[in-house]
Ligand binder design. Structure first.
Ligand code: B12
Ligand code: SF4
Length: 515
């Protein structure tokens, strides 16, 4: 559905001397080994879920005489594993925008280093993707990143550890230019592939002010002002644009921010609700999230300001009990979230949860074949357990079955029909229903479903629905659409003035001077 952004960003980072790269997205089609020639340079991105396949591709490419380089979140966390299991010549850890170019140049000279530390580059250094190398017919949504990193520290998430807690924000001009390029190609649905679109909260501003930390206050204020600037520019794009992002529910405190999102056509956001009880939130280091009535109210605020919520809930937390499943779906319905996902607790490497689990397993590791369970991504998919960490009171089958039921309840036809009343006419209402079913079917095939027959049926259904939905996402290309030329950078002093004396409630008008 969504463009894998890294592929098109690395294309932009490829040195000219190497020519235009050939891009292969294995979620659409498998790589053809015969297309790899001796001396080619093959870059492979691995996240934890596809590491095993990635290593297979790397070994094949190396056997064909190519240089093999890995990157991505998993290779960043386990570079030695990629070197050994994936037979890499080199691994790029962290951001590839700069390091990939160096690795390619070194391969062309026949002298790659083992590890290239890409680190965390500044927001101003993020590259725009090379969308000219994409076949627009293959994707429904494009993806553009506006900010990287997240100041929080949730126990199940690796983002704050790998991408850092300091938000790294791209210059808004570069983001808007890229979006214009995509609209020219006929893309009107764009995922803002951000870790957290609301990087500065009122609490952050208040604390900096109370601590008299002027430098921090200035920094936060500038980040926030640039967010508004970005949204103001997005609002000037064709009205049929639809953006979707990810953010914390803290944004519910900030009506002005949500209004700016609505004006910018950011129609929805994935919000990590995770758990509906205070114990559950504490277990995942997210006790700053709301629970109970306050949670429902917070999420309803998004909708009131015209921003739809895709609520994300986790099951399998140690504090979960059978009643938690009912309570969660009841809350999702009460809070009026437009979409919801119910994912199973997975200990992803680099997270606090994973560290704790690895420690527990150190003395007497559970093995699946010859692989310790803490390296579950190396276990062949046919025998890989669906859940890795035992729950104190429920079996993994019970959790999976209950989770499945929650999906079914939230996405039954009658519930979807009721939710679809948020759309303006019958046609959109039907589209909404199809989309909801598509979303549910996609997840039915990600390991949550209980049997393979159901998974197979779901996949076929999802493909059919996706084909119908595709028409909804496409728009007539607008080759005539031009980017604006921006004159001045956002002046930090002006930005600061806009917030003087308040919680940011009194945002000033546009700061930018355009030519
Ligand atoms: C947007 C996003 C999504 C979107 C869009 C996915 C898409 N098609 O693009 C959606 C919502 C669909 C999604 C789904 C999922 N996601 Co997601 N997602 C992200 C997010 C926020 C940004 C990804 C992105 O586009 N970044 C922009 C690009 C430019 O950055 P990048 O991919 O990191 O690539 C850079 C470097 O890593 C490096 N690099 C990457 N590859 C390579 C390759 C080479 C050769 C080199 C040299 C360098 C290199 O260079 C790039 C440029 O700097 C990341 C968080 C993050 N900060 O990475 C999570 C993240 C990748 N997702 C994650 C997860 C878990 C998932 C899901 C499994 C969630 C779920 N439970 O269903 C699914 C899996 C989907 C799938 N099958 O792949 C985890 C992965 C953890 C892990 N260890 O694998 C992350 C890290 C978030 C987290 N909470 O920890 N995701
Ligand atoms: S789950 Fe979301 S809020 Fe928590 S650290 Fe990760 S990106 Fe930040």
């Amino acid at each position: 559905m969504i463009t894998p952004r890294w592929l098109f960003v690395l294309a932009a980072a490829t040195p000219r001397a190497a020519g235009d790269p050939i891009l292969v997205d294995e979620s659409l089609e498998q790589i053809v080994p015969e297309n790899i020639q001796p001396g080619d340079i093959v870059g492979i991105s691995v996240h934890t879920g596809n590491a095993l396949r990635g290593y297979q591709v790397g070994r094949m490419a190396r056997a064909r005489g190519a240089w093999v380089i890995y990157g991505g979140i998993h290779a960043t966390l386990f570079p030695e594993e990629a070197l050994e299991r994936g037979q890499a010549h080199a691994v790029v850890t962290g951001d590839g925008d700069i390091a990939w170019g160096k690795a390619v140049t070194d391969c062309m000279a026949g002298k790659p280093e083992r590890i290239y530390e890409g680190g965390r580059i500044g927001g101003g250094e993020f590259l725009a993707a090379r969308w000219d190398l994409m076949d627009p017919a293959k994707y429904m949504w494009a993806s553009v990143q506006t900010i990287r990193g997240c100041p929080k520290h949730c126990s199940f998430c690796s983002v704050w550890r790998t991408d850092g807690q300091k938000p790294r924000q791209r210059k808004f001009q570069s983001v808007v230019d890229e979006i214009v390029a995509l609209r020219r190609l006929g893309f009107r649905f764009i995922a803002l592939a951000d870790d957290n679109f609301y990087p500065v909260t009122f609490t952050d501003l208040r604390l900096a002010r109370e601590q008299n930390n002027t430098a921090k206050l200035e920094e936060l204020t500038a980040i926030r002002a640039e967010r508004f600037q970005l949204m103001e520019e997005l609002a000037k794009l064709p009205k049929d644009m639809v953006f979707f992002t990810q953010m914390t529910m803290e944004a519910g405190e900030d009506g002005e921010y949500l209004d700016a999102m609505r004006r910018a056509n950011i129609k929805g956001a994935l919000v990590g609700v995770e758990a509906v009880t205070p114990e559950g939130l504490k277990a995942v280091f997210k006790d700053w999230n709301y629970s109970g009535e306050a949670l429902a109210k917070q999420l309803q605020t998004f909708k009131k300001h015209g921003v739809h919520v895709l609520g994300s809930f986790i099951f399998g937390l140690p504090t979960d009990r059978p009643v938690t499943f009912d309570a969660t779906v009841a809350m999702a319905l009460k809070a009026g979230v437009t979409f919801a996902q119910f994912v199973m607790m997975t200990p992803f490497p680099g997270t606090v949860d994973f560290g704790r689990w690895e420690k527990e397993q150190a003395q007497n590791p559970t093995m699946v074949g010859d692989v310790p369970i803490t390296r579950y991504w190396l276990i062949p998919i046919e025998v890989r357990p669906k859940m890795f960490t035992p729950h104190p009171t429920m079996s993994s089958d019970e959790i999976r079955e209950r989770t499945q039921k929650v999906w079914d309840r939230f996405y039954n036809w009658s519930a979807i029909w009721q939710r679809s009343s948020c759309t303006p006419n019958l046609r959109s209402r039907i589209a909404f229903m199809f989309l909801s079913k598509l979303y549910r079917q996609m997840y039915a095939g990600t390991g949550i479903s209980t049997d393979s027959a159901r998974r197979k049926k779901s996949k076929a259904w999802a493909r059919w629905t996706a084909r119908q939905c595709k028409k909804l996402f496409q728009a007539k290309p607008m080759p005539e659409l031009a980017s604006r030329e921006w004159g001045l950078e956002l002046a930090p002093a002006l930005a600061q003035a806009a917030f003087a004396g308040g919680d940011g409630a009194e945002m000033a008008g546009p700061f930018i001077v355009t030519r």
